[in-house]
Write a protein that binds this ligand. Sequence first.
Ligand SMILES: Nc1ncnc2c1ncn2[C@@H]1O[C@H](COP(=O)(O)OP(=O)(O)OP(=O)(O)O)[C@@H](O)[C@H]1O
Length: 613
Amino acid sequence: MSTAAEQQFEFKTEIKELLHLIVHTLYTHKEIFLRELLSNASDALSKVQFEALTNDNLYDKDQPLEIKVTLDEENKTLTVEDTGIGMSRDELIKHIGTIAHSGTKRFIKELKENQEKAANPELIGQFGVGFYSVFMVADKVTIDTKSFDAETPAIKWESDGLGSYTILESERRKRGTAITLHLKEEENEFVQKFRVESLIKQYSNFLPFPVLIGEDTINTPEALWRKSKSEIKEEEYKEFYKTATNAWDEPMFWEHFTADAPVQFTSVLYVPKSAPYEYYNQDLEHGLKLYVKRVFIQDDCKELVPKFMRFLKGVVESEDLPLNVSRETIQSNAVIQKINKIITKKFLDALTKMAEKEEEKYLEFWKQFGRYIKEGVHGEFNLREKLLPLLRFHSTKQTENPVVTLKSYAEHKVTDQKAIYYAVGESLDQLRRSPHLEFFTRNDIEVLLVTEPMDDLILNSLEPFEELKFINVESGDLELPEELKKEIEEPEVPETMTQLKDKVREVLQDKITNVRFSKALTDSPCRFYNEQGGMSHNVRRMMFAGPSAMAAAPLKRDLELNPEHQFVKALSGRLETESINDQIKLLYHMASLLEGSVDDAQELASLVLPLLR
Ligand SMILES: Nc1ncnc2c1ncn2[C@@H]1O[C@H](COP(=O)(O)OP(=O)(O)OP(=O)(O)O)[C@@H](O)[C@H]1O
């Protein structure tokens, strides 16, 4: 029974589901709860530190900013207490019980679909289960909290994590939050001082506030980035990465740099080992924390780097910013803009150097973050000159790694070549067998192979590189060297072939705009080409029609026929037969299949079936 001061609430459905999964699925890496609690405590301390700058009436102003971890072996409880910002009743209900993390839905889905993933701490790290991870180790948890605002009463929260929680009155007088975990029977290790101490060192060593057990400070609450590079060990950089970014993996590499003019700042920027799960989620948090004169100002500060560099994690601190800079003023702050420029330049210079001197390492970076660099090429016109040399491609002359640069491509061009040719498809394997390449392979012209729709968009929008235009191999006009032009000019064909062309036009009028003969093809009877040039069919389809509109009214194609091919020759001799229309339709399907796709599978099946009888 609840008393008048006591009130019971149900967790929001999504959180109930998350809690259930946490308790029943996540068995490995239970210790993450401690890092989550310490990181929340540290955030709460940062917030109160910031509040203190402008608020003279801060409650309990003289409390030292610190985190205390208390272990009670007898009662099997672990308490994390901070002197941070605290929470009001409404905030408590809202933050713990109502609002789920933005990634919660995805996380739940991933966990349900693939239970093995539950063992993968990186997944947990990416989505973050936050506070709720306490229920991996505790069967009862209490939160006792007093807000920084003197008038706001202290409040208590209690739950067994099963479905509901209780809000009670609190006796607490001290500012901040104490979270007590009543540990489950088998979780003895988390009241052992040596174990908890080593966890704090391992995951939370560089939190900016002291973490104490009894009188002992366990962590090293110093600003690592302020030390000189030569004093910092590699291990320390790695530890700092984990503490500062809540990551579980090791960083791929990092850059630590300082500038004094035109603005003063210091930064440690990390490139994670792997790209975030959701590239296309543009709202994904940026990973840079901003400090001003040692005071934490903001997480995920978007303004510090251009959007395409949002994969960077770490810390930036400046002496040149005012302490009262806010989210709103950051956007238009000139110092921030300068920092952004310098970071961008320094980071891209570091990448350029790596690309030149440590090819393998750069390729590893490229595999994970190449998309972001391409996004930069597309979106940041002013940085193109720096970004273009960082692009890497697969090509018809390269079998394994994407090691072709625009420069190396240009060096390998054939006499009088005026373009950089590229082919777009769904996979390299499929591309390498594409009929579009037959002509180029025959003439020893290198073709870049790209597999993402965005590649086509980007390459299409680029200015010529060393006077070489970017041309998709599907294009109607390939702007070939004079010598080779003749080879694919529309050849003289016998009368029956001309009749075939007319017939193809007539039978496929709903699907085809142009039909032409060409000797570009060697082995294939036909291919789709793109009379207008520009973007490939697939990209146009995506951009202008959208997937659903596409089904209703497919964009028309242009069809090229190989007059030397057996099938085409045979067709021209069968113009008067009854089945000619069906055979021409098959020709169209053939072009689709050679591209690696099936257009109207039912029609194709109905055309093939009679041939099998
Ligand atoms: N010790 C604390 N003091 C004050 N507020 C807290 C404390 N712990 C949690 N909160 C509040 O509860 C919210 C939810 O915490 P939770 O750990 O679930 O997610 P988060 O911290 O927002 O996200 P993440 O764990 O990904 O950083 C926090 O954003 C904060 O507002």
